[in-house]
Design a protein around this ligand. Structure first.
Ligand code: ADP
Length: 439
């Protein structure tokens, strides 16, 4: 018991003893000791009950307690209750302040944040930026159905996908010049958070970067052609000492030309959202061409097999698909040591079809797999350089497949080989009968 409380307790006990002692003294003097002591004791009990009633009343009234005066045990009880209440109030105030600070921070974020009820899909709360980016207005839009309110944003399917909803890019319903990326974050069982971010500037920068790469590549093309042309004209027989240097210069200028061509191709692929021309791509001649290229690149160092099991053709761009497939074939040959085997196979894949290039080469460590389709990403820089790679091949493949709504699958095991497969959906297939081979 704290010192102060113990003192109050002893003081009250002393008061009781004093009252009883005085009563006993008066009783002895008046000749009625027991009745007077009993009367005094009843008085003390009555007084305590009165104080107890006071405490109960104060507690049930739920009012703010007044700081108590006096130093008896009841005042001490009042003091402790007052202290408890004041502490509770302080804690509540701090919590409310914290909550306000969080709300203010969320409200001030530059991204639009909308809290949506998962079952009813109605708006529960939104921050200030939601007004400027999504056009939501306070307070009329609290409780509004989200999909209808944000029309024409394509949100219905997206909300239905719930947890699996991929971020989407869309124009702001308020200002079509503003592009937003929308993400859905299911942060509790009942509530979802929609976050919309203005990516207009980012897209602009991306566009500038693309234009820059395209322009640089384009500008490099002409001087390279000139250098390449002159190098070709120089005859090593004229000056045998220069022969190794000339050969190296030719190799390097060839590499630069390839790099520029690949960069231009990537820029072109990136700048289009869909294929400009679509046609039936006959797969039998395509596979034959791939075999020819593989044989030429391999120079009999590998065993090459081609299997055509799908008996369908593809719908898309012949030029782009050929460049994607031949990139995969050239990688397979370049990253497979002599004596290995390369298998090119076109097969059915569920309702769709897949073109697979399987090699028995070096393989790719699992840690590198997610990144190999990035530009200039190389598992081993020296090996890629030795093999004459530009580091852009798989980026090109990925872009071409994206334009065909197809998917690149990569499976690889170090030391055993890799399988690169291009999966096309049923919409991209054409039956071979439909195609009449030009004479
Ligand atoms: P590169 O021009 O360097 O070959 P790519 O974009 O075509 O560039 O490939 C990226 C990297 O992925 C390569 O540097 C190589 O390390 C790895 N890679 C690609 N294909 C294969 C394969 N068939 N076997 C092993 N590694 C491969």
């Amino acid at each position: 018991m704290p010192h102060r409380t113990r003192n109050a307790w002893f003081r009250t006990l002393a008061q009781l003893i004093a009252v009883l002692a005085i009563a006993a003294a008066i009783g002895v003097m008046s000749g009625y000791p027991w009745p007077i002591v009993t009367f005094a004791a009843l008085g003390v009990v009555g007084w305590h009950y009165w104080r107890l009633r006071g405490v109960l009343l104060r507690l049930t009234a739920r009012q703010r307690l007044a700081p108590p005066l006096g130093d008896g045990v009841w005042n001490e009880l009042d003091r402790l209750l007052y202290r408890g209440q004041a502490e509770m109030r302080g804690r509540k105030r701090r919590l409310i302040e914290m909550l306000r600070a969080y709300r203010a921070a969320a409200a001030a974020l530059p991204d639009a944040i909308v809290v949506v009820d998962r079952t009813t899909q109605r708006v529960q709360w939104f921050n200030e930026a939601s007004g400027a980016l999504l056009g939501l207005q306070y307070p009329s839009d609290i409780g509004a159905p989200l999909v209808a309110r944000l029309h024409p944003l394509p949100l219905a399917h997206w909300l239905a996908a719930g947890r699996h909803a991929e971020p989407i890019e869309a124009r702001s319903p308020v200002n079509p010049a503003v592009t937003l990326t929308l993400r859905l974050i299911p942060y509790s069982d009942e509530l979802w958070m929609l976050v919309a971010r203005d990516v207009t500037r980012l897209l602009l920068l991306e566009q500038m970067r693309r234009d820059f790469v395209a322009n640089v590549s384009h500008e490099l093309r002409t001087p390279l052609t000139v250098v390449h042309g002159y190098l070709d004209m120089l005859d090593p027989a004229d000056n045998p000492d220069w022969a190794p240097m000339l050969a190296e210069m030719q190799r390097q200028s060839q590499r630069m030309t390839q790099l520029v061509e690949d960069l231009l191709m990537l820029s072109r692929l990136e700048s289009q959202d869909s294929l400009p021309v679509e046609e039936t791509v006959a797969m039998a001649p395509m596979l034959a061409a791939l075999r020819r290229e593989a044989t030429a690149l391999s120079q009999n160092r590998h065993k090459i097999t081609v299997e055509d099991d799908a008996s369908v053709d593809l719908w898309g761009s012949h030029r782009e698909l050929h460049s994607a497939f031949s990139n995969l074939v050239s990688n397979a040959i370049r990253y497979t040591p002599a004596g290995g085997s390369i298998r090119i196979r076109f097969r059915r894949d569920g309702k769709g079809a897949a073109l697979e290039v399987v090699d028995s080469g070096y393989g790719i460590p699992a840690a590198h797999l997610p990144r190999v389709t990035e530009r200039f990403y190389r598992v081993s820089t020296s090996r890629s350089r030795e093999s004459g790679g530009t580091g852009l091949g798989l980026s090109i493949v990925k872009h071409v497949l994206n334009l065909h709504q197809a998917r690149l699958g990569i499976a690889s095991e170090v030391g055993r080989g890799s399988t690169f497969s291009c999966h096309f959906s049923a919409e991209r297939l054409r039956s071979r009968e439909q195609y009449v081979q030009p004479a």
